[in-house]
Design a protein around this ligand. Structure first.
Ligand SMILES: Nc1ncnc2c1ncn2[C@@H]1O[C@H](COP(=O)(O)OP(=O)(O)OP(=O)(O)O)[C@@H](O)[C@H]1O
Ligand SMILES: [Mg+2]
Length: 304
């Protein structure tokens, strides 16, 4: 057995063999999406195909503007798609549904509702009684460790707490797939690390498949079973990489040599395909900033 995996009950070969035998819960088939940009049609995603299995944790990475959020929104049912097919839990995605939950980077809680009311929102919309929704909300707030804050308003919470409420609000609907679009991108590194651990604990203990979009390679390797690398212009699947690191993964795995080797390999795939133009037109048009305040003599000696 590979020495690296002796702490696990199974080798990673066995882990992946078992994973691929599980049902496919999310199937994306030749998905294409285009948008009007500057008067012409720009293909954003082209022939994207994926098969993600039950209880899998998949990260999606790729350069800015390659279509990660576009893919996430389509899977969530927030955007229509002109061609291809997206199937979640054997149903073709045609709009939002309780089978798919979404957590965004920006804090998207209702500011006028308390923490508990935010979490109750989905069940109430589904027609469940207030007392039933309240009971579930309390259970989920307990799971994310925020019971004491149920009557607080979002502005009274830290960024990490807001994201835990957002996770509880998504999970209370018992989705099959949770789509997370850079959910920890706005958090400081310490809070981010705690949230990663919390999310892994949640994932291990509930029946959920996670599609997690991130820019951060450490985060992708730490969290994933597999990493989908998208390339830009147009957004296509460049590679799908298995992460052969035993679970549970402690936060200090980021200094492990196998972790670093894998990260270097992914970095190479992301950055070395062919030099890619900035796909996001807003990035291509970044202006030169004129100096707006005069330098004093001392600053002028510094070579900027
Ligand atoms: N509704 C829309 N209308 C027109 N263009 C859009 C729309 N949504 C996204 N785009 C364009 O599609 C491209 C991909 O955007 P998307 O947000 O999916 O990229 P991303 O990979 O998530 O980038 P980032 O890493 O910066 O979040 C960008 O060029 C963006 O401007
Ligand atoms: Mg994005």
């Amino acid at each position: 057995m590979d020495k690296a995996h002796t702490s696990s009950h199974r080798t990673t070969d066995e882990y992946f063999k078992a994973l691929y035998q599980r049902d496919v819960v999310l199937q994306v088939d030749k998905l294409t999406q285009s948008f009007d940009q500057g008067g012409s049609k720009k293909v954003i995603l082209q022939d994207v195909s994926l098969q993600i299995h039950e209880r899998e944790f998949v990260c999606v990475i790729g350069p800015s503007g390659c279509g990660k959020s576009t893919l996430g929104r389509i899977i969530a049912g927030l955007d229509a798609y002109p061609s291809g097919e997206v199937i979640v839990d054997k149903e073709v995605v045609k709009g939002p549904s309780a089978s798919r939950g979404m957590v965004f980077q920006g804090y998207t809680l209702f500011p006028w509702k308390t923490v508990k009311q935010n979490v109750m929102f989905g069940p109430i919309m589904e027609g469940r009684s207030k007392s039933n929704a309240e009971r579930s909300a309390r259970e989920w707030l307990d799971i994310v460790g925020l019971s004491k804050y149920e009557n607080h308003y979002p502005h009274q919470l830290s960024g990490g707490m807001k994201q835990r409420v957002a996770i509880a609000r998504a999970l209370i609907n018992e989705p099959k797939v949770l789509i997370m679009d850079e959910p920890f991108g706005a958090l400081d590194p310490y809070t981010r690390q705690k949230m990663q651990k919390h999310l892994l604990d949640l994932w291990r203990n509930i029946d959920i498949t996670i599609v997690f979009i991130t820019h951060d390679m450490d985060e992708a390797v730490l969290l994933s079973d597999r990493i989908v690398v998208l390339k830009a212009n147009p957004g296509e699947v460049q590679d799908i990489i298995e992460v052969p690191l035993a679970r549970p993964r402690a936060p200090d795995i980021v200094t492990d040599s196998r972790f670093l080797q894998l990260k270097a390999r992914i970095n190479n795939i992301v950055h070395n395909p062919q030099p890619q133009p900035d796909f996001d037109p807003a990035l291509a048009e970044m202006p030169d900033i004129p100096r707006m305040v005069p330098l004093d003599k001392k600053d002028q000696q510094v070579n900027h």
